[in-house]
Design a protein around this ligand. Sequence first.
Ligand SMILES: C[S@@+](CC[C@H](N)C(=O)[O-])C[C@H]1O[C@@H](n2cnc3c(N)ncnc32)[C@H](O)[C@@H]1O
Length: 289
Amino acid sequence: MKKNADYELLDCGGGRKLEKFGEIVIDRPSPAAELVKKKDPELWHGKNAIFFRNKNRPSAWYSADGSLPESWTIEISGIKALLRPAVNGQIGIFPEQIDNWVELKKTIRYARSDLKILNVFGYTGIATLFASSASNDEYKVEVTHVDASKSAVNWAKENATLNGLEGNPVRWIVDDAVSFMEKEIRRERKYDGIILDPPAFGRTKTGKMWSLKKDLPSLFDLVSGLMSANPLFILISCHDRELTHEDLAKELRTMKFAGNGIIKSGNLTLKAENGATLDSGVYAHWMKK
Ligand SMILES: C[S@@+](CC[C@H](N)C(=O)[O-])C[C@H]1O[C@@H](n2cnc3c(N)ncnc32)[C@H](O)[C@@H]1O
């Protein structure tokens, strides 16, 4: 984990993770920590809030001393993120992506050309803002940010304003990712870089269920149809425990331009100072050579 982030994994175990975002320490469920023992049980007493997933009552945040703010801001490698405890236990950021975001910005900067980037399943826009902030006076980076949730897109716009990037060329789209990508193919739009972080399961606009594992090849068909003649990168990640980073890398290798670049893949691993580690998803990254 890069040191210039207001984030720390403090410990994990017993199906939970203890994390520090800025000054706020929270304890949340984490299926990936189910088979692990807490390394430092004492640490867990000092938290500001805990999120419980309940069976018979609504899941909720509890703060014994009322010290969980309604919202607060942290900074990750120069990008500010507005955090807010949500009813599903998320708070507006997936810190396991930090290294990917930092690398993404570098890739875009070093390209030294005008670029069109698509970020689907974009959530609160942190990847979008890392990409957009790589724009400069010489080279224009246009980002299209897509998420099916209107509140996530509004949150992403708030993040853009918080970073003074509200004037940057970003298209904010509330739409189903697959249906948006299909429409973009029909409109013959092309992108130099695509970022995807799809959920494991979903529903199409027409209500049909899809699963990432089953529908991964068709998602990559869409990606392939959207890439420009000289693509720069594809960054895919997911939290689907049925998929390995090799599965993602294998799909990247099927792209007709794969040979013009290199593929890096791995686990999205959070590491605590006390030695605790938490695998929080997988990623694969194709980058032009
Ligand atoms: C894991 S989060 C993405 C996190 C984000 N990439 C990041 O790193 O900040 C998944 C997002 O996908 C969105 N989503 C779920 N199903 C979708 C769909 N069918 N089309 C578009 N977005 C969808 C959710 O609203 C959520 O914001």
